[in-house]
Write a protein that binds this ligand. Structure first.
Ligand SMILES: Cc1ncc(COP(=O)(O)O)c(C=O)c1O
Length: 393
C-alpha cells in the first residue's frame, strides 16, 4: 500500500500544491513520513489538529463514539451532538448552533441565515453581504464570491449577486458601502489565508456600532482564528465586541470534519424546519472529538498558555534580529512572518530540516502549531526556521 509521490498524483485531482513527504502517521506534535522521517508540525493540518496527534482523550472519546453510534442523521437527536451544542454555545456565549462539516459550509449557512433574517424582517432586496478585501471564506461558489480576492473570481462564472468588498481598517469605505440593501458584514478577526493580517480594534468597534444602528448583522468567520487559536475563545473576543453570527470549523474538530454556525438570540429562531440542512452535519463521532477540544482548550488556563506561547515565539523572532524578517503579525498561536525571501522556498528548506510550516500569500510564512505544543518544542522549531532564514540567499 506504499505509494510514491508521482503514483499518488495519478489518482488524485491536481487542485492542490502538494508538498513532497507522504505523511504516514502522527504522534504528539510530530508527523512521520512513509520513510520514517520525523517532522515537527507547525501547521496542525492548516489549523485543525489543535490537540496534536494521537491525543489520548480525543482518541478514546472518538473510538468509544464510533463503537456506539457513528451517525443517525438530523432526523433524530443523539446525546453526543446535543451535548456538543450545549457546551459549544455556552463557551461561545451564543444562543444556538447549526452544525455542519466544514468552514465553507458554515459560512454558507451564515450567509443564508443573515439573508433570511433580513427577508423575514424587511422583505426582498436587502440581501447584500459585505466582506473585506483580502478575506478568505471558502471554496464553494458563494463563499468564493464572499472572498475578497480577485484571483478567486475567475473561471467559475456566474457567481451569485449581492456581495461587495470593504477595505480592511478603512471606516470611510465601510460607511460608503453600508447601503440600505446590506444585511450583514462578514469579518475574519485575523485574515488568515490573506496574509495573517489582524484587524484594528477601533475599526472593528466602529463597524459594529454602525451595524447596530442599521441592523446590519455582524458575522465573524472564526474558522481559522477561533476555538482558542488566538488565546481567547474567538479572535473577535480580542476586540471587545459582540457578534450576531459566528462560523467555526477547523480546530473545533481536532482532525474530524465539523463546522458550526453559532447564532446569537436575535437570529436563533430564523431557520425553521426545511430552511437549512446537512446530512452529515453534527456527526456524533466528530462531535465527541469536539467535546474533548472544548474541555482541553476552551478554558482560561489553556487560553493564557496559548497567549504566553505566542508571546514566546514573537520574543524569539524579535531577539534574533534576523534581516530576512520584515514584520511579525498575528495573535496567540496564529503567527505570520513577513519575509524578504520567498516563503515557499523557506517552506521547502524547513521540510528538509524536519519542520513543517505554512505560507500565506507571496511573502508571509504562517505558523499554526498544535495548541498543546510546549515551549521547548516551539523553541526547537523556531531555531530550525531562523537557521534557514540565516542561510537563505
Ligand atoms: C477564515 C476561513 N474561512 C473559511 C475557510 C474554509 O474552510 P474549509 O476549508 O473547511 O471549507 C477557511 C479555510 O482555510 C478559512 O481560513
Amino acid at each position: 500500500m506504499l505509494y510514491d509521490f508521482n503514483e499518488a498524483k495519478e489518482h488524485l485531482v491536481n487542485s492542490y500544491g502538494v508538498l513532497e513527504p507522504i505523511i504516514s502517521y502522527g504522534d504528539g506534535v510530530y508527523l512521520y513520513d512513509t520513510s520514517e522521517n520525523k517532522y515537527l508540525d507547525f501547521t496542525s493540518g492548516i489549523g485543525v489538529n489543535s490537540l496534536g496527534y494521537n491525543n489520548e482523550a480525543w482518541v478514546e472519546a472518538t473510538t468509544k463514539q464510533i463503537k456506539t453510534l457513528q451517525h443517525a442523521s438530523n432526523l433524530f437527536y443523539n446525546p453526543t451532538t446535543v451535548e456538543l451544542a450545549k457546551k459549544l454555545t455556552e463557551s461561545a456565549k451564543m444562543s444556538k448552533v447549526f452544525l455542519a462539516n466544514s468552514g465553507a459550509e458554515a459560512n454558507e449557512g451564515a450567509i443564508k441565515l443573515a439573508r433570511k433574517y433580513s427577508y423575514d424582517k424587511y422583505g426582498e432586496g436587502r440581501h447584500k453581504i459585505l466582506s473585506l478585501v483580502q478575506s478568505f471564506h471558502g471554496r464553494t461558489i458563494t463563499t468564493l464570491k464572499a472572498t475578497g480576492q480577485n484571483k478567486f473570481h475567475n473561471y467559475f462564472f456566474p457567481f451569485p449577486d449581492g456581495f461587495d468588498y470593504v477595505k480592511a481598517n478603512d471606516l470611510e469605505d465601510f460607511k460608503e458601502k453600508a447601503t440600505s440593501d446590506v444585511c450583514a458584514i462578514m469579518l475574519e478577526a485575523i485574515q488568515g489565508e490573506g496574509g495573517v493580517i489582524p484587524l484594528d480594534k477601533t475599526f472593528v468597534q466602529d463597524v459594529v456600532n454602525v451595524c447596530k444602528k442599521k441592523d446590519i448583522l455582524i458575522i465573524f468567520d472564526e474558522v481559522q482564528c477561533g476555538i482558542g487559536r488566538t488565546g481567547k475563545m474567538f479572535g473577535y473576543n480580542n476586540f471587545d465586541v459582540e457578534a450576531d453570527i459566528v462560523s467555526v470549523a477547523k480546530g473545533l474538530g481536532a482532525g474530524l470534519p465539523i463546522g458550526g454556525v453559532l447564532c446569537a438570540e436575535k437570529v436563533s429562531n430564523v431557520f425553521g424546519p426545511g430552511d437549512h440542512g446537512s446530512t452529515f452535519g453534527g456527526n456524533p463521532v466528530a462531535a465527541s472529538g469536539a467535546l474533548v477540544v472544548l474541555d482541553k482548550i476552551c478554558n482560561e488556563n489553556s487560553f493564557n498558555e496559548i497567549s504566553e506561547k505566542g508571546a514566546y515565539i514573537r520574543e524569539l523572532l524579535i531577539q534574533s534580529k534576523n534581516p530576512q524578517i520584515v514584520d511579525i503579525r498575528g495573535m496567540g498561536l496564529m503567527i505570520g512572518i513577513k519575509t524578504k525571501c520567498t516563503p515557499s522556498i523557506v517552506q521547502k528548506e524547513c521540510i528538509k530540516n524536519g519542520l513543517l510550516i505554512l505560507t500565506a500569500g507571496k511573502d508571509v510564512v504562517r505558523l499554526l502549531p498544535p495548541l498543546v505544543i510546549t515551549k521547548d518544542e516551539l523553541k526547537h522549531g523556531i531555531d530550525i526556521l531562523l537557521n534557514i532564514l540565516d542561510n537563505i540567499k
